[in-house]
Ligand binder design. Structure first.
Ligand code: NAD
Ligand code: UFG
Length: 358
């Protein structure tokens, strides 16, 4: 296992960078391709440093997944054991405004990747799907067999890619495909050296809270307090990004199982947390007050979503370890050291102070 090479698409992004670090310290040679559309090369440099002696096993190519000749060249020079495919656009609202952008980027990118993999006989794939494919679940917890529906173009790209993968596997059972449906990833590496750095106005709860905490935005808007939940606010299954990264290592090991074909797994904690509970946990971790206003429900938002984790526990031998308090602690550690993300002078200064970045 120690010298196997893994290609990671979108590896400079939030979940990708944390997974690349886990891959490196687990002994994998890791090749990242990313067009840096929603990420920074600084994340790659920091991952390399955090990986210490394993950092030399990382290489990075600034490549768009739809650039087939560039992808072919990368596959021509390295024999990959498997591909972990993170790259994609992920903003729900933007996908409604610009559906063609999402279909082009997410679907054409994936099809190009699958064609190049097939041409090189690399038929092992781990794909980033999403709990978004459960739409507005009629029953919770969501199991891998729950009904699927997409509420927006982003969600449809995930559903379509799941179907494309299934068709490819049906046509050629030599493929091994593991589709991971993530619930709500938050938190950061405990070093505070890598974390989520969304470009533009954040869509998701935790990045928004983090920007209010550092004074970048004045107030958190809570979308609805009249849901049938513990305190009226929406409930989600938040999972620490480091737990999620570990889930990918478990999936890679599962690909070695000769019986594996096309499999879907939820990656969540199985626990639901409301918006108010999340705000309270973040305030406790940060010592900062998060001002909030209540607004109408956000169109398309489900009331309660959380995962059944049984299948992943049983078959991947993986279980999330971190609590909500851990997630908020690590999120605050990252944001307080890097209030402006990767690019600002402040963030570099802060990290120079903690000795991680020179
Ligand atoms: P991210 O935006 O931080 O990372 C995605 C990366 O893909 C970025 O670095 C971006 O630059 C890159 N990319 C996009 N299009 C590309 C292209 N055409 N060619 C090359 N690189 C490209 O997002 P993330 O949160 O790390 O999400 C990773 C994956 O997980 C995505 O597929 C996303 O849809 C999925 N997912 C994320 C969440 C979440 O809440 N973060 C939840 C469920 C599923
Ligand atoms: N929320 C607010 N204010 C905000 C942002 C969010 O009150 O500024 C609320 C939402 O209404 C929801 C909860 O916080 O009740 C979580 O919202 P997120 O946007 O963080 O997460 P969602 O579960 O709604 O959706 C996101 C992605 C989906 C994906 C899902 C799980 O947008 O595509 O995470 O991965 F499926």
């Amino acid at each position: 296992m120690a010298t196997k090479a893994i290609l990671v698409t979108g590896g400079a992004g939030y979940i990708g960078s944390h997974t690349v670090l886990q891959l490196l310290v687990s002994g994998f040679k890791t090749v990242v391709i990313d067009n840096l559309n929603n990420s920074s090369e600084i994340a790659m440099r920091r991952v390399k440093e955090l990986a210490g002696e394993f950092g030399n096993n990382l290489s990075f190519h600034k490549v768009d997944l739809r650039d087939k000749p560039a992808l072919m060249q990368i596959f021509d020079t390295t024999m990959f054991e498997a591909v972990i495919h993170f790259s994609g656009l992920k903003a729900v609202g933007e996908s409604v405004q610009k559906p063609l952008l999402y279909y082009n980027n997410n679907l054409i990118g994936t099809i190009t990747l699958l064609e190049v993999m097939a041409a090189h006989g690399c038929k092992n794939l781990v794909f980033s799907s999403s709990a978004t494919v459960y739409g507005w679940p009629k029953e919770v917890p969501c199991t891998e067999e729950s009904p699927l529906s997409a509420l927006n173009p982003y969600g449809r790209t995930k559903l379509f890619i799941e179907e494309i993968c299934r068709d490819i596997y049906r046509a050629d059972p030599e493929w091994k495909m593991i589709l991971l449906r993530y619930f709500n990833p938050i938190g950061a590496h405990p070093s505070g050296y890598i974390g989520e750095d969304p470009h533009g106005v954040p869509n998701n709860l935790m990045p928004f809270i983090q920007q209010v905490a550092v004074g970048k935005r004045p107030v958190l808007t809570v979308f609805g307090n009249d849901y049938n939940t513990v305190d009226g606010t929406g409930v989600r299954d938040y999972i620490h990004v480091v737990d999620l990264a570990e889930g990918h290592i478990a999936a890679l090991h599962k690909l070695e199982d000769s019986k594996i074909g096309y499999e879907v797994f939820n990656l969540g904690t199985g626990k639901g947390t409301s918006v108010f509970q999340m705000v309270a946990a973040f305030e406790k971790a940060s010592g900062k007050k998060i001002p909030l206003v209540i607004a109408d429900r956000r169109p398309g938002d489900a009331e309660i979503v959380y995962a059944s984790t049984e299948k992943a526990e049983r078959e991947l031998n993986w279980k999330a370890k971190y609590s909500i308090d851990d997630m908020c602690r690590d999120q605050w550690n990252w944001v307080s050291k890097n209030p402006y993300g990767y690019e600002s002078p402040e963030s570099n200064n802060n990290n120079a102070d903690n000795g991680c970045y020179t």
